[in-house]
Ligand binder design. Sequence first.
Ligand code: CA
Ligand code: CA
Ligand code: CA
Length: 351
Amino acid sequence: MGLKDYHLFVGRYDRGLMAGDANHFEVKLNTGNDFYRLAVNVRSQDGSMLLSVFDENFQHELLGRLLDTFPTDGVYELNELAKRKQFGLDFLRRNMVGDFNKMIPLPNNAPGLDNDLQDKLTLALDKSKADPKSRIFAFGEQWPGTSKPDKYFNEIKDQGLHDIHMNQGNPKGSHDQDNGVYQDGGLLIYYPSLNRWTAILLAFQTQFNTLNPTTLHTDDVTGNRISGTVPTPTPGQPDVVVDGDVVIIAALVNPKGNEKGKEKVILLNTTDEAISLNGWKLVDRTHEEFEIKNLSIDAGSTLEIKIPASSNFNLGNKGGTISLLNTQGIKTHGVQYTKEQAKTEGKIIRF
Ligand SMILES: [Ca+2]
Ligand SMILES: [Ca+2]
Ligand SMILES: [Ca+2]
């Protein structure tokens, strides 16, 4: 199903406050010609902590395209799948988080400085306000507004954005109607003078498999969590390949001269057993695939995958993503690179 009305709001921080139920931090956003409220979850309804990333030097291939496409503050609807695939957030498919164990559980509020979501949001937003050129890119679901005054900021109308967190992987019966792809929520703050971004990415612990909370796989159409991906080794059978067993460590994105047949991706087998990669796939940002045939990767070794000239799989020089899928189509690792990283011809990008 997915979100009903996925939007990007771009504007500046005006003020913020903790909601009465302490489950949301409410942000008043100024888009230049209007004001909106951003309801940012800071605690789950069941009382559990959210998982969070606060990255003050976030680098991602999507960012340049956001600046090019949305040079002015305002409200932008991103409902069509094509638009979402172009500009929507997707923690998984855009490899935005890397290893999910980088997401830290934080309380909504706790005694002490800079140790909870209220502190961290306040610090990040106050910092953005102190820079007159900074811009906040907020992704989430626009709620149907009314002409009444807003519940928290009485001076503005009741209009704004919620679901400003990951919107996939919710288990059945608990917000699974919100699951979808390329429609995650989040806050990205741009500082033009530094050419630097801060990313604030939030997720619920219930969106992860409790048996294996550092990995997440969701269906490419529904965004529902794919069950049964927790590896249970069967005696006598080869070990199940799990996330991170084979990883993408480097790529030649921008070869010298004619690039056809010269791009390459370098994989590392982190285990002590050889792994057959027959039927595995590499997938690029535009979802073109390259199927690996008749290759295996030795224990503890690297393997260079040369992309043949005939393949539609392509490592764009303006930034991109590379994902590695196993024979079941499950992503075992993914990376992304920016235009800046790809600018020098012949230079290998390390991940
Ligand atoms: Ca605190
Ligand atoms: Ca290229
Ligand atoms: Ca080149």
